[in-house]
Design a protein around this ligand. Structure first.
Ligand code: PLP
Length: 445
């Protein structure tokens, strides 16, 4: 279509220009776009994104980790269209609707433990805020107002609003916004890249858990919750760790009466190879934060699932004992329908089992990457792969992104870490494209 249009190239450049003049892009030094042009996307299909010139790119990072079943997925599209004819949105205070009720019931059935209620918002950072506020408020209701601090892991990421940023450990963000943030302790990460040589991932995770225990032994009186990213610390570079850490964290939190908040915003819905990352440690958190893939990546939707004991503490005649929080689009009906369609695909296509085969194929094909002389720490957890690249290139990430586009591939490294987090609909030919393209990217930079 675009190729037959003589004005297509002008229209691509034109859209880039207009975007720079009117849109402030996220997580971006806008001036860098003088050098690195934006990619104007016209449409998507499966794992592919098409620019306004008709060039296609394999979306190896699932559009910031949100997309599970491909772009323009027919089943999810149909569900949203159907919902659109009924009710697009209604406020959730004083009202309810079928999609939000059914979604909550289904999440409750599949989530670990006894997380009986879902509180909704529109994005991951808001889910973090909700979990932190709820945890603090719970202890307040229990007569323990001093429990108002939080602990997270070194290198954790939980979003960028002020509360979420307080428990996030990314130096450049923290330093800049320090005066706005609440103090938070980051205990040592269980990420196995930090292990001593000869120390196993499991032993290292156990050692990291001792540091958590030592901290809580001293500070449990003023600590409301531990928040962590289970198994994979995504945003700071796809650090991966042994599930034994989660088991220990659960025991330690129980021992010291501290909530465990599992931020499965990135790792939930099959990313780590099980429906939820917590499943691999056979533990249940007190709060489970979900977003990103919850709606198949289609619409902004997040949820905080809460333990029944937490819910019960708020159940009372007094309004002040209610959870005081709201968002305009809480429980949006279109987003909930997209989420229900996503859960249907999980069930009908036995996605978790199918992904194991895809991951095995990708791992076989990736042998040349894993043993590449520039590659270190090649690692995999479920449908996430990552490795560090030895390079003294300044601006490695930006150059790698550009080199990826040349190979019809969207890679967006985190520093020197290249990662793959493809949509689950990726097939073997597309996996070949991903691996072969990545090898050429390594040779190009
Ligand atoms: C992306 C992410 C968030 C924040 O979600 P947003 O929707 O971007 O606000 C929080 N926690 C984790 C682990 C994430 O990966």
């Amino acid at each position: 279509m675009a190729d037959s249009d003589p004005g297509f190239n002008r229209s691509l450049k034109h859209l880039q220009q207009r975007s720079l003049q009117a849109v402030w892009h996220p997580c971006t030094q806008m001036k860098q776009h003088e050098q690195y042009p934006l990619v104007p996307v016209a449409r998507g299909q499966g794992v592919w994104l098409y620019d306004t010139d008709g060039n296609r790119y394999l979306d190896a990072i699932s559009s910031w980790w949100v997309n599970l079943f491909g772009h323009a997925n027919p089943a999810i599209n149909a569900a949203i269209r159907d919902q659109l004819e009924k009710i697009e949105h209604v406020m959730l205070a004083g009202f309810t609707h079928e999609p939000v009720v059914t979604l909550s019931e289904r999440l409750k059935r599949i989530a670990p433990g006894s997380l009986g209620h879902c509180f909704y918002a529109s994005d991951g950072a808001s889910a973090t805020e909700i979990a932190l506020k709820m945890s603090f408020h719970y202890w307040l209701l229990c007569g323990k107002p001093r429990k108002n601090r939080f602990v997270s892991l070194q290198n954790d990421y939980h979003g960028e609003t002020l509360g979420a940023l307080s428990v996030t450990d990314v130096a450049i963000f923290k330093e800049t916004y320090a005066p706005l943030l609440r103090p938070c302790t980051h205990v040592p990460t269980p990420d196995w890249r930090y292990a001593e040589s000869g120390e196993s991932a499991c032993d290292y995770a156990l050692r990291a858990a001792v540091a958590l225990e030592n901290h809580l032994a001293k500070h449990h009186d003023e600590t409301a919750a531990l928040i962590l990213e289970p198994l994979v610390q995504g945003a700071t570079g796809m650090g991966m760790y042994h599930p034994v850490y989660l088991q220990r964290a659960r025991e330690i939190c129980d021992r010291y009466q501290v909530h465990l908040i599992a931020d499965e915003i990135a790792v939930g819905f099959g990313r780590t190879g099980t429906l939820f990352a917590c499943n691999q440690a056979a533990i249940a958190p007190d709060f489970l934060c979900l977003a990103k893939g919850l709606s198949g990546g289609y619409l902004p939707l997040s949820a905080v699932m809460t333990a029944d004991t937490v819910y019960q503490a708020f159940y009372d005649d007094s309004t002040a004992r209610a959870f005081l929080h709201s968002h305009s689009h809480t429980g949006n009906a279109l987003a909930c329908r997209a989420a229900l369609a996503t859960l249907d695909i999980f069930e009908q296509d036995q996605v978790i089992a199918a992904n194991q085969k895809k991951a095995a194929y990708l791992n076989t094909r990736a042998a040349a990457l894993a043993s590449h002389p520039k590659v270190r720490n090649f690692r995999n957890c479920g449908m996430i792969w990552a490795f560090e690249v030895d390079s003294d290139e300044s601006d490695f990430a930006a150059k790698c992104f550009q080199a990826g586009l040349q190979q019809q591939l969207i890679l967006r490294p985190l520093g020197n870490t290249i990662y793959f987090m493809p949509p689950y609909v990726i097939n073997e030919a597309e996996i070949d494209h991903l691996i072969d393209g990545s090898l050429r990217v390594l040779d190009a930079i």
